[in-house]
Unconditional design. Structure first.
Length: 152
């Protein structure tokens, strides 16, 4: 963008008309005039873009910190019936606890990303609380009889 602005100013300094400059650089005449007037007023500083900074953040730093803190606490410690956070579960608990009134999953993802916190996708199997689960599971497999296929 700086180069393009500088080229507009150079063309103006070479006595090109605003309509010709606009046509040459595919800009509106109004924009070319604004660039030239700004250069006349501010000098070389005018070549740097002025960004507005974007939309203000929706959530306070305190709310963001609480979400980050919540994401670092294992769900079982909070008495929840799952072992890992998913974005949707984190969203639900943050809203239930009154950290935020409403928040999107994408915003949760961005907050965690900024804090360098990664999350795991929810696993599709369930864990058992039974201490003998693995023994029973293996016994179940050994009891299964495989029957040979019969011919037709």
């Amino acid at each position: 963008m700086k180069v393009r602005r500088a080229m507009v100013i150079l063309a103006s300094a070479q006595k090109m008309t605003v309509p010709n400059i606009a046509r040459l650089y595919h800009l509106s005449e109004d924009h070319v005039r604004r660039l030239i007037h700004r250069f006349n007023k501010e000098g070389m500083k005018s070549l740097h873009p002025r960004y507005g900074g974007g939309r203000p953040r929706t959530f306070t730093l305190e709310q963001r910190a609480e979400i980050i803190e919540l994401a670092q606490i294992p769900p079982r410690v909070l008495g929840l019936p799952f072992t890992h956070w998913s974005l949707s579960k984190l969203k639900q608990v943050a809203e239930e606890r009154g950290i935020v009134d409403s928040i999107s999953i994408e915003t949760i993802r961005q907050i965690l990303s900024e804090a360098k916190i990664t999350y795991q996708h929810t696993k599709t199997w369930k864990e058992s609380n039974d201490p003998e689960f693995h023994t029973k599971k293996n016994e179940s497999n050994s009891c299964t009889t495989i029957h040979p296929k019969t011919g037709e």
